[in-house]
Design a protein around this ligand. Structure first.
Ligand code: ATP
Length: 151
């Protein structure tokens, strides 16, 4: 199957630079599925999961917290404000960040200068929790062989 080169970059590091079959990204106007011959486009990204599809392999999930994506035929560059692979997300840290942000939001007023910053922190933590839990689901989800053993 045809491939496209995917680069996922933050200011801190390069997470991915390789040929993949499809990318599903959290575009600011909705979820975008990018196949190898997708037309050129430039879009802002919102908080959400980036799914990387490779033939014959399980999907890979990354938490993305805003940024931009540039699509050229056969080449996708994701410049994320923050990005983590599902496997590296510390769920306890994300849960603590979520709690902290929710407590601060409950006290803050919409007019507070910090309101937007706290809201962004909450959205980052919720995205990390969602993507990080996918890894836990995968680990604990019964495998086909478990069902076969039960027969
Ligand atoms: P926290 O309040 O937990 O520090 P934060 O949203 O302030 O989170 P960021 O400023 O977005 O953190 O990120 C700082 C660095 O830490 C980035 O490299 C980011 O990828 C990483 N990071 C943040 N939260 C987590 C997490 N739960 N698990 C793994 N890496 C994380």
């Amino acid at each position: 199957m045809a491939t496209l080169r995917l680069e996922v970059i933050t200011v801190e590091r390069k997470l991915i630079d390789e040929e993949v079959n499809m990318v599903v990204a959290p575009g600011s106007e909705g979820v975008l599925g990018i196949l190898p011959r997708h037309a050129a486009l430039l879009t802002a990204l919102t908080y959400g999961e980036l799914v990387v599809k490779r033939d014959g392999q399980p999907d890979e999930f990354l938490a993305i917290s805003g940024g931009f994506m540039e699509v050229q035929p056969g080449h996708v560059v994701v410049l994320a404000d923050a990005a983590e692979r599902a496997e590296e997300i510390d769920l306890e840290r994300a849960e603590a960040a979520r709690k902290r942000a929710e407590e601060l939001l409950a006290q803050a007023k919409k007019s507070d200068v910090d309101f937007t910053r706290i809201e962004a922190s909450l959205r980052r933590s919720l995205t990390r929790l969602k993507v990080g839990r996918r890894r836990a689901e995968k680990r604990f989800a019964p495998q086909r062989s478990d069902y076969e053993r039960m027969q």
